[in-house]
Design a protein around this ligand. Structure first.
Ligand code: GLP
Length: 241
């Protein structure tokens, strides 16, 4: 695991963007695993700038998002479909049919999980998977206790996760209780993983990610077993390491 320490959120986004630019320029048909949340927003802004400056293009890129809430339709501003369009897809040249976000609105969610896996398989593999980090160690929406051999599946969200994400909703009651997420094994099959963490509230989780025991009780700890992981974290997030 390579740890890159940066001063703050801005520098984290800058550094992450430079890695993306390099990979996008080197790969003919990049397959990107994307994430939502506050952490990647700065990176997405910088990627849009890079495209506007004609430094990169996303025309040949295929993307797969990690997760989506169950029960929110794509036009709901709190859905991850909406987030991705608003923060990235609407501003870059990636063809809509090459972007994939799990559909949490279908009646047969189990089938959607299987289909999502199939779509990833058809694309070959994920070249670069972006991850944020939940305060309880979740990656995607894989909560503590999730099997390391899980594939895309439906999860019951932890109270701590619902509380952490309640800031985006009018009230905690409106935060969905379920989500669909790529599994841990699905994530681990990515060729390269880039995890971003910023702020003091992530410090404990970052410490366990780097030094903790590899255990299903702390999902992100599995990344210690992947041989191509870069963690970009700011001083506050690394303050307990
Ligand atoms: C959410 C998402 C994760 C994200 C994490 C951290 O629940 N499902 O993919 O990485 O929580 O979010 P944030 O970046 O807002 O701290």
């Amino acid at each position: 695991m390579e740890i890159i320490k940066v001063a703050n959120y801005e520098e984290m986004s800058e550094k992450a963007c430079s890695i993306y630019v390099e990979r996008l320029l080197n790969l003919k048909n990049p397959v990107l695993g994307l994430a939502t949340g506050s952490t990647p927003e700065g990176l997405y802004k910088k990627m849009i700038e890079k495209q506007n400056q004609n430094e990169v293009s996303f025309k040949n890129t295929i993307s797969f998002n990690l997760d989506e809430y169950v029960g929110l339709d794509a036009s709901n501003p709190n859905s991850y479909h909406y987030f991705m369009k608003d923060k990235l897809f609407n501003h870059i040249d990636i063809p809509a049919e090459q972007t994939h976000v799990p559909n949490g609105e279908v009646s047969d969610t189990e089938k959607e999980c299987r289909d999502y896996e199939e779509r990833i398989r058809e694309a070959g593999h994920i070249d670069l998977q972006l991850l944020g980090l939940g305060v309880n160690g979740h990656i995607g929406f894989n909560e503590p206790g999730t099997s390391f051999s899980s594939r895309t599946h439906i999860v019951e969200l932890d109270e701590s996760t619902r509380n952490a994400n309640a800031r985006f909703f009018p009230s905690i009651d409106e935060v969905p209780t379920k989500a669909i997420t790529m599994g841990i094994e699905t994530i681990m099959e990515s060729k390269e993983i880039l995890l971003l963490a910023s702020g003091e509230n992530k410090a404990e989780a970052v410490e366990r990610l780097i030094n903790g025991e590899v255990s299903e009780e702390f999902p992100a700890s599995i990344l210690q077993n992947h041989d191509n992981v870069i963690v970009i974290a700011d001083e506050a997030a690394l303050s307990k390491v």
